[in-house]
Design a binder for this molecule. Structure first.
Ligand SMILES: Cc1cc2nc3c(=O)[nH]c(=O)nc-3n(C[C@H](O)[C@H](O)[C@H](O)COP(=O)(O)OP(=O)(O)OC[C@H]3O[C@@H](n4cnc5c(N)ncnc54)[C@H](O)[C@@H]3O)c2cc1C
Length: 365
């Protein structure tokens, strides 16, 4: 078998670059995907109660990159959804990220903008050199906010204290000195009208694209000839773990369906201090699906055993990745793309942007 381009992984990275190669260059592409479906982590599907579930956790598209929004709009219309998150603390549900309403509800205050600035100024803990994620929150918001909203959530999410996590994990605490309770402020926000899977299917519509599902690329790659390999899988696996394993935090997703119209007030409620799960998502609140007497929710349990979700942000693993990076930089006919190959958390918009840029800079030239 001979293909000019072979892509490993049918996630958003692989799909975007496949679409460009197939439709703009009119070249044939083979995608090899180990899961039984396309879309990678943005895959969604209807459950037995006909509710559209995002199988790998809630995905809200948001960006300020017009190029990315315009590009994806070729393949989908959008549900104009603006994300809201509440955090369950001390028996109250308070808005996240922190705005005037968060403080007022959490501490029974009646602050205005100036009052909030003064309150935070008084709470901040002076820290000479910010090293960890704990330092970031203490220095910017003070100890009580840290303990109520961040400490246990971070510990659950990463399996270690915020003291041990690089400051980049919580690089800044977004404070809004206003009443804006939206989670994101980006110009373009939404959910694909018929779901992410349908959007991905449209991107892959070309006859130039062949997809092989349920296949680990290592089982067949020796029998395929290619000029360029585009790799979007885990980088340590690619190099047979020669510099050791990279750690990824994973999530177990548990869904439950209730015979009710509505389960909670907003699409996502965080539970920083109670339970083993971090948050509950109610899917109907993301997609506005009009279904009576049924609603499906998802609980997320962090761990290390399931599908890799987040590169692990401690110095040990960031350093280890640098060893792999040196080898990656020497490769000539291999392009590394996406969160697993680049060992970096990216939102969907940057994933698409990086793939579009790689197409322009490394393939189209
Ligand atoms: C819980 C969660 C919530 C998120 N929420 C948001 C959000 O709200 N907004 C947002 O913008 N972003 C969100 N993201 C990020 C988003 O999921 C990623 O940006 C995007 O899915 C990354 O695409 P990718 O193609 O790089 O990786 P992936 O989607 O992981 O695709 C890589 C593919 O490679 C395949 N693969 C791996 N190894 C092999 C192999 N050996 N052989 C063949 N195939 C292989 C995998 O099966 C996978 O399908 C979230 C991520 C998580 C984990």
């Amino acid at each position: 078998m001979k293909y000019k381009y072979v892509i490993i992984g049918a996630g958003l990275s692989g799909i975007t670059i496949a679409e460009r190669i197939a439709n703009e260059l009119n070249e044939k592409v083979l995608i090899i995907e180990k899961r039984p479906h396309i879309g990678g982590n943005v895959y969604d599907s209807y459950n037995e109660d006909n509710i559209l579930i995002q199988n790998y956790g809630p995905h809200i598209f948001h960006t300020n990159e017009k190029q990315v929004y315009d590009y994806l709009s070729n393949f989908t219309e959008w549900i104009p959804y603006e994300h809201k998150v509440l955090s369950s603390v001390d028996g109250k549900l308070v808005p996240m990220p922190i705005c005037i309403d968060t403080l007022n509800e959490l501490y029974d205050l009646d602050l205005d903008e100036e009052g909030m600035r003064n309150w935070i100024e008084k709470e901040k803990v002076p820290i000479k050199e910010i090293k960890s994620s704990e330092d970031v929150v203490l220095a910017n918001a003070g100890r009580d906010i840290y303990e109520k909203l961040f400490k246990n959530y971070t510990e659950k999410q990463w399996g270690t204290s915020a003291k041990n996590l690089d400051s980049s994990v919580i690089s800044r605490i977004p404070f809004r000195f206003n009443h804006d309770t939206r989670y994101f402020e980006d110009k373009y926000q939404g959910i694909p009208k018929d779901g992410y899977t349908k959007m991905c299917e449209k991107m892959l519509e070309s006859d130039n694209i062949k997809i092989k599902l349920n296949t680990d690329y290592k089982n067949i790659i020796d029998d395929i000839e290619y000029d360029t390999l585009i790799y979007t899988g885990p980088i340590d696996y690619f190099y047979d773990f020669k510099y050791g394993k990279l750690l990824y935090r994973s999530l177990k997703f548990i869904t439950e369906t209730y015979d009710e119209d509505s389960y909670q007030e907003v699409a996502v409620v965080n539970y920083p201090n109670d339970y083993d799960f971090t948050r509950i998502t109610e899917f109907k609140k993301l997609t506005f699906q009009d279904l009576k007497n049924k609603t499906t929710i998802m609980k997320e349990y962090p761990g290390f055993e399931d599908e890799p979700c987040y590169p692990y942000p401690t110095q040990e693993y960031l350093d280890k990745f640098q060893n792999y990076k040196k080898d990656m930089d020497k490769e000539e006919n291999i392009i590394f793309l996406g969160r697993l190959a680049q060992y970096k958390y990216y939102n969907m918009d940057l994933i698409v942007k990086n793939a579009l840029d790689a197409f322009e800079d490394k393939i189209k030239v």
